[in-house]
Every structure is written in C-alpha cells, then in structure tokens.
Write a protein that binds this ligand. Structure first.
Ligand code: A2H
Length: 257
C-alpha cells in the first residue's frame, strides 16, 4: 500500500450489452432505462485512446452501486466505500453506499462496453486478468496494450489461450494503435519491452515489474503524443489536459486512495 495518496482518474465505461450470466445477476435489480458503468482507475489518462478491452479479476466479487436514479457503477465494495467518502455518490450521501447487486468477475467476461475516447468506438469487451488486485483502485483495469506491459502480456496470453479462458479470440484481438512515441522504444512501448525482456506470459512478474518501470520513465519524460487531441505534445503536458477533458465531459472523475 502506497504511503502517499494515489490520485487516479476513474473512467466510465457504459455497458452496451451484458454477458448472459451478468445479465441474469442484475435482472430486476436495476430500473429499466438505467446506465451501468464499469469504472476502471488509471494513472495514465493520456493513453485512453488506445483502450482495447477492460479487465476484471475473474474471482473478484464486484458490487453494482447506485450513483443516482439512473446511474450505477460496477466496482469493488472497498472502492465504493472510498467513493462514498469522496462524495462521488452525491454530497447528501456522504459516507453512504447503496449496493443493488453483486457480480463475480468471471460472469462479466464478454460484456460489451463503451470506452470513452478509445479509437474502438464500436466498444470493447470485459476480459479476465488474474493479476488484478482486489485491494487497489476499483478492481477494474482498462487495458492499453500499446503502453502497459502488463496489459500487453495479458492480451497476448488471452489470444493464445482463448479456449482455456472461454473467450472469443477476436475479443482480445482489437487493433493496438500507437498512442505515444519515445526515442528508445518507438511507438508501441509495451510490445517493445515485452519482446526485449523476453516476457512470455503475465506470470513473468519480475521482468514485468522492470518493464513497467522502464515504460513509465521513458513514456513520462521522453514521450510525445501521437494520438488524440494533443498529438505532437509532450506526455507530461498532455496528461493533465486529457484528464481535464475526460472529467469536464462527464466521462470520468477524480478518485483517490
Ligand atoms: B494503468 P499503482 Cl497505459 N490491480 O492504467 C492491478 N493493476 C491495477 C489495479 C488493480 N486493482 N488498478 C489499477 N491498476 C493498473 C493504464 C496504464 C497503467 C498504462 C501503463 C501503466 C499503468 C492502462 N492500464 O500502470 O500501483 C492501472 O493501469 C502501471 C503501474 O496504483 C493503473 O494505471 O501505481 C495502475 O495499475 C495503478 O497502479
């Protein structure tokens, strides 16, 4: 657990089509015409153009929490409690949360969601990631395989073992577009580092840790945006601008822990 508070950007990924098992679990518990959002927490809002899927821990139990009459969030109980104290469920509800349903991660796999600012405007799928920690962020992790070594290694594994994971291969195979270019790693940092460090699976945790470190330093200090409204600008400058755009547009909000 970090000692200094972590300031995340929480992103709202609206459900377009439920996986059957998840649909059965929420049926009758959410009023007709409501919007339900999976809410990943990220430290890299400037990379959100490259989202290709969104991860949940298959064994993690999530709650569906009421935000307002027609709005619900899927996050861990722990994150909902934190959100309650950050007035995310309304100022009048300080410290209060209302859970209307529970969903195990595996039941959500295959759900189609709308990912704000992603180039994949047709939507992206909820997919399983074994290494999602229930104790960090919201327990939901949006996947940007161009810039996150963890995400890249997981997506490659899902493609390779689609049958084992009981997913459709094409759900994991959305195009990985360049979002940031750096002098050392080109325009697909995560792919470059995963290959360079010979990472063959998400279980290569030691090398992934190193890749993450390298990707973060190079991306943040040397990175130039090649996608989105701030293409051509330094990552350092674009990061707060993308974050502000997302929040101002109601597509995301500040979440800290
Ligand atoms: B980041 P920190 Cl492009 N379990 O977002 C595991 N990982 C989690 C998590 C959880 N419960 N909650 C959030 N995360 C991930 C983008 C990204 C991220 C990129 C590159 C690096 C990167 C797209 N995924 O993180 O321990 C989320 O993934 C590298 C660490 O609080 C979040 O940002 O520092 C980051 O880890 C938060 O990790």
């Amino acid at each position: 657990e970090a000692v200094t508070p972590q300031e995340y950007t929480a992103l709202k990924l609206k459900v377009k089509e439920w996986a059957p098992e998840a649909e059965a679990a929420v049926k009758g518990k959410i009023p007709e015409g409501s919007d339900v959002f999976f809410v990943p927490a990220t430290l890299r809002p400037e990379t959100m153009y490259g989202q290709t899927c969104c991860f949940v821990g298959p064994k993690i139990t999530y709650g569906v929490f009421k935000v307002s009459e027609k709005e619900y969030f899927v996050v861990t109980d722990r994150a909902a409690r934190n959100m309650g104290y950050q007035s995310i469920f309304g100022k009048d509800n300080f410290g209060k949360v209302e859970k209307v349903a529970e969903l195990v991660g595996s039941a959500c796999v295959g759900t189609l969601v709308d990912a704000p600012i992603s180039v994949h405007t047709e939507g992206i799928r909820i997919l399983p990631m074994e290494s999602v920690l229930p104790t960090k962020g919201t327990g939901v992790v949006t996947s940007v395989p161009s810039d996150s070594p963890d995400d890249y290694a997981t997506v490659m594994d899902l493609v390779k073992k689609a049958e084992y994971y009981k997913i459709k291969k094409e759900w994991a195979e959305l195009e990985i577009i360049p979002v940031i270019k750096t002098p050392s790693y080109g325009n697909l940092t995560a792919k470059f580092l995963v290959e360079k460090l010979k990472i063959s699976s998400p279980k290569d945790t030691k090398q992934l840790e190193e890749a993450k470190e390298l990707a973060y330093k190079e991306g943040y200090y040397q990175g130039i945006m090649v996608a989105g409204d701030f293409a051509g600008e330094k990552v350092e400058d674009a990061k707060p601008k993308v974050r502000k755009q997302l929040i101002d547009a109601g597509l995301g909000f500040a979440y800290s822990e």
